[in-house]
Design a protein around this ligand. Sequence first.
Ligand code: ZN
Length: 479
Amino acid sequence: MNTNYELIAGLEIHAQLSTSTKAFCRCPNRYGAEPNTLVCPVCLGAPGALPVLSKEVVKQATKLALAIGAEIHLHSRFDRKNYFYPDLPKGYQISQFNHPFATGGELHIAVGTSVRPIRITRAHIEEDAGKSMHLADGSTVVDMNRCGVPLIEIVSEPDFREPEEAGAYLTSMRELLRFIGVCDGNMEEGSLRCDANVSVRLRGESELRERTEMKNLNSIRSVERAIRAEMQRQIQAYESGGEISRQTLQWDDQSGKLTPMRAKEGSNDYRYFPEPDLPWLEITEADIDCERELLPTLPAARRKRYREEYGLHEEAVYLLASDRAISDYFETLLVDGRAPAIAAAWVQGDVQRILNENAWDFTEFPVSAARLGGVIDAVEQGRISRNAGRDLLRRMMTDTRSADEMISAEGMEQLSDATALRGIVRELLERFPSELAKYREGKTKMIGFFMGQIMQATKGQADPNSSREILMNELDHSN
Ligand SMILES: [Zn+2]
């Protein structure tokens, strides 16, 4: 790519809020139901039907605004955004235009080793439209179940200078939305969608050139690919003496091609005007404080603590802080004073392996932090070996007893009694005279043979460290 040019890109993220009902009616907010079964006169826009804003929507929007450090406006207003489209039965979408719910804020992204903030312009509340489905026979059908599903639209400043930065931002935003429980972030089901604004300019230029908008970016990878493709197209146009006109492009993930959808509308084309059926959205400082108290410690703050206070390495820091359930589980393990590095190794290693083998989400993991804590303690106190602990954890998938109960009921205690171990070692040396002779001739690998025999004789319960010490002592000092 021509490196004389730099990218100027911004993202608009639409996140469906995880509320129980739609934004302005009592229809359930649920994905995957039979088409056109979750509808009512309000969300279908029947004449005279009046919208009523759900309180849950305001709570979730507040949480998001707090999490990105945006300023929440105590008075915001809904507007009608008018346009004609088959999946929009009302002929307008309820959105916020001149008086959005929140403005400002930022989100930090990590690309390579550098972390930098991306500025956020605004976050406003709006409703989703229905969904057109194009059938194989060429006809198009419409499902209105999605009409009126609450969305928060988060608009970034044009702060991205590399396609990867846009991908990193989307990754961070999805993680944050999930972490605070306001959106499930499922891009395949469309609960998180993304549009990008792209322009390029020669390095050193201060004016912005014309930008295009890309719709339909339904994965993190397609955001990066589409921005890269559009960046290339614009550079080629300028280099061959052409111009870029403002337009909306459709990204096709299969072919990797961009096709023009329509000349980009200006906001005038939407004839925005205040929604006459809804009052101003009023929120108080007390309402905001209430949500602030409910907000969990966010991923960025957790990562800082894991890195700086616990001294965990980066891989563990990212794994343990990117998902609320995993992070809370890990922190519960630390409550009884367990060492962070040891608890992290169990969650990152053994627990993760079990999840992968079963294709489980973390929330499906059946062993509570208290029970895994019992396993960790038994290993750390030397009562069972690390291998026995690993085995115990696996058996807990189907056994509901605590680690202590399982260890004592099955006599799993590790054998570390020196007298007992010495007896076993002496017996083995007598039983295998030729192996002993080989060791005496200098074949040190016979140590491994005898360790194996000790483990076999004790059914794996011998403490490996004390066994080895006693074995070496007996090998070198007995006759
Ligand atoms: Zn409805």
